[in-house]
Design a protein around this ligand. Structure first.
Ligand SMILES: NC(=O)c1ccc[n+]([C@@H]2O[C@H](COP(=O)([O-])OP(=O)(O)OC[C@H]3O[C@@H](n4cnc5c(N)ncnc54)[C@H](OP(=O)(O)O)[C@@H]3O)[C@@H](O)[C@H]2O)c1
Length: 308
């Protein structure tokens, strides 16, 4: 660990010991009083809200369509509720174009923490060409996080992302995957390269990240974005017709979506979750998972038994 990072991790941990409960050791605030819970990016000490949003599928719609108009409200509610972190990729159809256009129209670019990717490209030239196109599509001159998507060509693409960070066009670098079967490889790459962020799948039914990825992130001081918190919607089908556990109200939970997001956030290695929706009411629902207490270990175990 570099001296600088060791200092920042140490400083964050110290702040943590003053401010946070044992359930949320890397929290900067605990989601009280209608304010979203926040957590710390270990490599810098910057604080981000724990509820982010994804754009795969949900933002891949035709401009001018009813779904596109709904996205305007999805974004408005997200920022009004305290959200900032938005995950996208150049290979999510026209999601980057729609996101860039809407953020510009709503005057929200400066408040957004945009996480995009080097995706499906091979070699430095292809990667750079794609990144420059991403900046145009997002209508910006820099992004907050540039991730190597699904570890494709990761040595070259991570080196490129780091060079762009040096140039000030990228604030943080990261690596991503979304499959249980790729978690060992992701852990190996993270161990070897120590990026600012990693992104991995994590949900009630997909808990492989608990084995190596999360302990490593905590040990090395790497921020974690957890994707597929609803297992791409499959979790809702599993609980169809089932009532929420009796203790849900005690932790401020009124929907299964909030339950699944709080499950992911109760793992302290997770810095933020990035659920995707194109529906304003669902966005409001998801944001509520950033308020109030998290789940206790026994509540988590009960949920796994109920849903897993
Ligand atoms: N390798 C990678 O880097 C990688 C891989 C996968 C995903 N990701 C990122 O992670 C994000 C999330 O993953 P994901 O989109 O695959 O799946 P997800 O967030 O687990 O699930 C999305 C599904 O849940 C539904 N949904 C959302 N909020 C809901 C709510 N409150 N109540 C009921 N249903 C709700 C959505 O439907 P509606 O849209 O109809 O509301 C959609 O069908 C992606 O958008 C992407 O940004 C990254």
């Amino acid at each position: 660990m570099s001296t600088r990072r060791a200092f920042i991790v140490g400083a964050s941990a110290l702040a943590g010991s003053f401010l946070f409960s044992s359930l949320s050791g890397n929290a900067a605030s605990e989601g009280q009083g209608g304010t979203l819970r926040t957590r710390v990016i270990p490599s810098s000490g910057e604080i981000i809200p724990v509820i982010g949003m994804g754009t795969s599928g949900s933002f891949e719609v035709r401009q001018g369509s009813a779904q596109y108009e709904a996205l305007r409200e999805v974004l408005r509610r997200f920022f009004a509720g305290g959200g900032t972190v938005i995950d996208t990729a150049p290979t999510y159809g026209n999601a980057e174009d729609n996101l860039g256009q809407l953020l510009e129209e709503l005057g929200l670019r400066d408040r957004a923490f945009i996480a995009t990717k080097l995706s499906g490209v091979t070699g430095r030239d292809e990667g750079l060409k794609q990144f420059n196109s991403t900046l145009r599509r997002l209508r910006t001159d820099k992004v907050e996080l540039l991730q190597v998507h699904n570890l494709r060509d990761w040595k070259t693409q991570l080196a490129l992302a780091r060079a762009l960070k040096e140039e000030g066009k990228v604030k943080y670098v990261g690596v991503t995957h979304y499959l249980e079967s790729a978690q060992d490889e992701l852990a190996d790459v993270v161990e070897q390269t120590r990026p600012d962020f990693l992104q991995i799948n994590y949900s009630v039914t997909q808990r492989g990240a608990e084995k190596r990825v999360f302990p490593l992130a905590k040990e090395l001081g790497i921020a974690v974005l957890a994707n597929r918190n609803f297992d791409d919607g499959a979790l809702f089908r599993r609980v169809q017709g089932k009532s929420l556990p009796g203790w849900a109200a005690e932790v401020g939970i009124t929907s299964w979506a909030q339950m699944f997001l709080k499950f992911a956030l109760s793992e302290e290695a997770v810095t933020a979750v990035i659920p995707a929706t194109g529906k304003p009411d669902r966005q409001s629902d998801n944001l509520k998972a950033g308020l109030g207490p998290l789940l206790t270990p026994s509540q988590r175990a009960e949920l796994i038994a109920l849903v897993g």
